[in-house]
Structures are given as C-alpha cells and as structure tokens.
Design a protein around this ligand. Structure first.
Ligand SMILES: *Cc1c(COP(=O)(O)O)cnc(C)c1O
Length: 423
C-alpha cells in the first residue's frame, strides 16, 4: 500500500493543527500509522489521495447509514445550496426534519436542532439542571457524550466516587458535580441515589454504548435506570447520538426517557444534532422559558436538507433496517467463525466491534483488558488489505445500506489473512 502523498499531506497538516487533525482519533496515533488523506467517497468505498480504494466501516463515525454520496441526498443538497447556505431565520425545513424525528422518536415532543452531538448533550444537561434545580449528574465510565466540561469526567473504576477531570482545563468544581459509575452496574447507581439522590439532576447514558467499543446493556440496566431516576425525581437522558436511528431502543425496550440526544445520522453527513423530550421540560428552553441555548447556524438549511433526505429514505424503504442488520449479522457471524472464542464481536443492529479477549465485555474495565497489541496488528493488516476500520478498539464500526455481499466477502477474506498472522 502506497501512502506517499498522504504522508506528505500529514506532515503539512501537522504544521497547522494539533496532531495534523481536527479531531484526535483521526491522527491514527494509537495504531502508529499515517492516516490516509481522503480524496472522495462513494457508496461503501472511500478513496485516498494516493489512489487507494478501501471498503469503509467508519462511515464518518456513524452518520453515513446510506453510504457515501447517496444520489438523492446529493441532488437535494445541490438544489438547496443554490437557494443560499444559511439565513439565521426560520425555515419550513426545520419543522419537516422535526416531524420525521418525532415519527421515529415519539418521546421527543418538543426538540431543538443544534450543530453537534457535544452541543446536544451539553444543552440537555443544562435543561436537566435548570428544570430540576439540582447540580449533580451521573454518567457511566467509558460512555462518551462529547467534550463539554461536565461530561469530560471519568471517576476511574470501581466504587462510586466523585469525578476527577479527565482532561486538563476541566475544573475540579465542575468535575465534582459529575459522578461516574461503571456501565451495567445498577447496584452502584442505586447506592449513589441512596446517598445523594435528591441532589442528582439526571442520569445520562448511551443506551447502547459505542464509545468503549460496542457494549450492550444487560440485565434490564436501562429499565432499572428508568425506575431509579423516576423514584428520585431525576431526569433520564438517553444519548443516542451514535446508536439512534440504527437501533430504536425506546421502542424495543418500551422505555421513555425524559430527554433524548440525537446526532450523526440526523444530519446525513452534515453538521447537525438535536435534543428534545417531554414538552413540560422542553418548554423551559428559551424563548418559551428561561433556560438559555442558541446557535447561529442551528437548523442550517443544508444540514436540514441532508437530514430530511436521509430519514425519509430510512422511513420509505421497505425493510431498510432489517436488511441492513441482516447484512451486518452475516459479517459478524463470519468474523466469529474466523476467530472463534478468542475474540468478542458484539453486534447491535448495524453496529459492531472487535475485542481481542475471550471474555465477554460488559463495561469499560472489560474493554480496557482486551489485547490492544493484537488490535493494532489486526487494524494495520486490514488497512493493507483495503479495509478501512476505526483505528481503536474503543470505537464502533458501522455497516451502511451501500455495503454489498461482495464487500462483506472481501472483508471476511481479509480477516482470514489477518487472523492467520495474528493468532
Ligand atoms: C459522537 C458522539 C457524541 C458527540 O458528538 P459530536 O458531534 O462529535 O460532538 C456524543 N455522544 C455520543 C454517544 C457520540 O457517539
């Protein structure tokens, strides 16, 4: 694999940006290799400036559920761009997208469009605190909710301790209001609520966790979170920025969170996210209420257009999700056959990931115990074989509607080669 032009481009980019990138994991620093610089993408494939062609399982970290440059989305965007790129004034597009979102997520009675998942979760926390008049929040170790200060906290493992900042620049005062607990550990949640439940504004959770690799909720974890929060008058926030639209946990588990955060797919590849929930809570957001939140580019017409087209295709295509999930299962079963019991390949709909461990992964500590050296070698070998995976075992992989049976076969052939070298 020749990456000559990417290496030159990377060296140039490093002069201007930390790590040469605008989001850390893109630098490929934890797999010790140069990130291919991308020239274009189409369907399930992504192409770099050296002319390499990869089957893409990153999908821009989740949004590209239709595959890249879907004709209908591109056509709609071309028309939209001619009408102007931003007005900072209301459009009918915003209402149309909200209607589509509500069709899929009826719990979002009232919602607000924002520009990134970070903004959605940050704003949802403010609403939870403003509505309850309480300061503390509960999150789970290994769940990522964007990079706002309150959420960039991880108390470390084990017992219920008050948060330590996980980044310089997050103040102790902010961190001490964030309580970080192990995922899937309802006993730890109940203990914290017994101690200080009347001070807790909300519990925020990825109902399917995708930011420590893929970790599924177990033993009625989500149902139990709903019960505990209700009992203590705290809000339950589902951060479905990643798992949303691919998996409808609210319908599947029959749980109504107080607030939901969406992102990634909702913008069809353009910057867009959304938070919303019960009307009695959301009506407290400005200008209906006093909780302030705003955005110059929020509800941007191009982002709304890409989102509308994407969601409309999801809703209008018969068996869209079923077919996508079946294709993903084929890939996941294939990987399980190749690796056997030495590797875990969890799947949730069209999301999957790979842990090099023979133990089931239920939380961050389990994920961190997997063999990262094996992951690194696997990643590099797959890249050489033309398979573009996320460069960290703490990330999730995505299958799109554009992936073909031939793509899956080729991926499994590459996995066989990688497996032989590894294990
Ligand atoms: C990606 C992600 C975010 C942050 O979204 P950005 O658009 O990157 O700010 C928040 N929560 C979850 C669950 C995510 O996967």
């Amino acid at each position: 694999m020749n990456l000559e032009k990417s290496i030159a481009a990377f060296n140039c980019a490093k002069k201007f940006m930390p790590g040469g990138v605008n989001s850390p994991v893109r630098s490929f620093s934890n797999v010790d290799c140069t990130p291919p610089f991308i020239s274009h993408a189409k369907g399930s494939h992504i192409f770099d400036i050296d002319g390499n062609d990869y089957i893409d399982y990153v999908g821009s970290w989740g949004p590209m559920i239709l595959g890249h440059a879907h004709e209908k989305v591109v056509d709609a965007l071309k028309k939209a761009v001619e009408r102007g790129t931003s007005y900072g004034a209301p459009t009918e597009l915003e209402t149309r997208l909200a209607e589509l979102v509500q069709k899929i997520y009826p719990s979002m009675e009232v919602m607000r469009m924002v520009n990134s998942g970070t903004e959605a979760t940050m704003s949802a926390l403010r609403v939870a605190r403003g509505f309850t008049g309480r300061d503390k929040i509960v999150k789970f170790i290994g769940c990522y909710h964007g990079h706002s200060d309150s959420l960039l906290v991880n108390a470390g493992s084990g017992a219920a301790t008050f948060g330590e900042p996980s980044s310089p620049g997050v103040t102790k005062n902010i961190a001490q209001d964030t309580i970080a607990l192990p995922y899937n550990d309802i006993a730890a949640v109940e203990k914290v609520f017994a101690e200080c439940g009347e001070k807790i504004a909300c519990v925020i959770v990825e109902p399917i966790a995708g930011n420590m690799g893929l970790v599924l909720p177990e033993n009625n974890f989500l149902q139990n979170l709903r019960e505990v929060t209700k009992k203590f008058g705290a809000l339950l926030i589902f951060d479905e920025v990643m798992c949303g639209f691919r998996n409808n946990v609210q319908a599947e588990f029959k749980i109504t969170p107080d607030l939901t955060c969406l992102g990634k797919i909702i913008g069809g590849g353009l910057p867009c996210a959304c938070y919303g929930g019960k009307a009695e809570i959301m009506r407290n957001v400005s200008p209906d209420g006093k909780i302030y939140q705003a955005g110059t580019l929020s509800g941007n017409p191009l982002a709304m257009t890409a989102g509308i087209e994407t969601l409309q295709i999801l809703l209008d295509t018969p068996n869209f999700i079923e077919n996508l999930n079946a294709k993903t299962s084929k890939l996941v079963e294939g990987l399980k056959n190749i690796f056997g019991a030495k590797v875990q390949v969890p799947q949730a709909g069209s999301m999957f990931s790979i842990f090099f461990t023979d133990k089931k992964v239920a939380n961050y500590a389990d994920a961190a115990a997997a063999n990262q050296e094996h992951f690194k070698k696997w990643f590099v070998k797959m890249l050489e074989c033309g398979i573009y995976l996320a460069p960290s075992q703490f990330e999730t992989l995505f299958v799109s509607a554009a992936h073909t049976d031939a793509d899956i076969e080729k991926t499994l052939d590459a996995a066989k080669i990688a497996c032989k070298e590894l294990l």
